[in-house]
Design a binder for this molecule. Structure first.
Ligand SMILES: C[S@@+](CC[C@H](N)C(=O)[O-])C[C@H]1O[C@@H](n2cnc3c(N)ncnc32)[C@H](O)[C@@H]1O
Length: 250
């Protein structure tokens, strides 16, 4: 065997073999890696950026949560609120006084951040943290006056199922509100960039899709009194700027 052939074979055997071996180990332990490393890092990252994102979305969130305050006055009682995909519970400052809050999130590494944030608010009188997915909430029917989600429907695996679950856990007459980034109008520069960014964003954003047309899903879910307002966010990266504020009731 020529010296060059032997070198190629040795390269294939050791280097490529090692690369395949390492990839195999990563693939085999992908669940553990996702749970202990990726999801922990994602929770840490969200905690670092949510205050900044909140500052940019502040006025819109104030408008959105005005609806909750009006609803509280209308029903004249303290409210039980479910925050789906709560993350670090960045919306605490917007809740009305005496709120009984349930934070639902599949990522258990958010719990510590939620507990810390709860210590800084006086709007919430009772809180529970539940680990679970929007598509199959481990929660009773007709339990909440209000369900909220902000920047979550872009990440759930099944939007229609999640919206049906939201309707299930809302009391009759209860309200649903969301603030979501959505797909831009087709064939615009933003939409083109959303298409390019989508696969990368999905991996760095824990399953977040840049070009989901959430408004269509909301219309299909047959809520009562659905109102949707489109706006361009100032604080999100430009491929996430097209956003909606939506309110609905059941
Ligand atoms: C971009 S973060 C937004 C967090 C928070 N709502 C906020 O506004 O800062 C998306 C959140 O959705 C959660 N999430 C992802 N998939 C979900 C699912 N299927 N059901 C419920 N929450 C989900 C993530 O764990 C994460 O907390």
């Amino acid at each position: 065997m020529a010296v060059e052939d032997a070198q190629v074979q040795s390269f294939l055997f050791y280097k490529v073999g090692t690369a395949i071996g390492i990839s195999g180990v990563i693939w085999y332990f992908r669940g553990t890696i996702m749970h202990h490393i990726y999801h922990r890092m994602f929770a840490w990252f969200m905690n670092r950026i949510t205050d900044r994102m909140n500052r940019g979305l502040w006025r819109k969130k104030e408008r959105l949560f005005e609806v909750v305050k009006d609803y509280k006055e209308k029903v004249n009682k303290d409210l039980s609120i479910l925050e789906v995909g709560a993350g670090t519970a960045t919306n605490l400052k917007f809740f009305p006084s005496n709120t009984r809050l349930t934070c639902l999130d599949p990522n258990p590494h958010f719990a510590g951040y939620i507990e810390n944030n709860l210590k800084t608010t006086d709007t919430v009188v009772q809180a529970e943290i539940v680990q679970g997915f929007a598509e199959k909430m481990p929660l009773e029917d007709n339990k909440f006056d209000v369900v909220v989600c902000t920047l979550v429907l872009c990440s759930v695996t099944d939007v229609s199922k999640s919206l049906q679950e939201i309707k299930r856990v809302l009391k009759p007459g209860g309200i649903f509100l969301c603030l979501e980034h959505v797909a831009a109008e087709k064939n615009t520069w933003t939409w083109t960039f959303q298409c390019i960014a989508n696969p990368f964003h999905y991996y760095i954003g824990d399953g977040c899709l840049t070009k989901r047309d959430t408004e269509l899903y909301l219309k299909d879910a047959t809520f009562k009194e659905l109102q949707v307002e489109r706006f361009m966010s100032k604080s999100l990266p430009f491929w996430l700027k097209p956003c909606i504020l939506a309110t609905a009731s059941v």
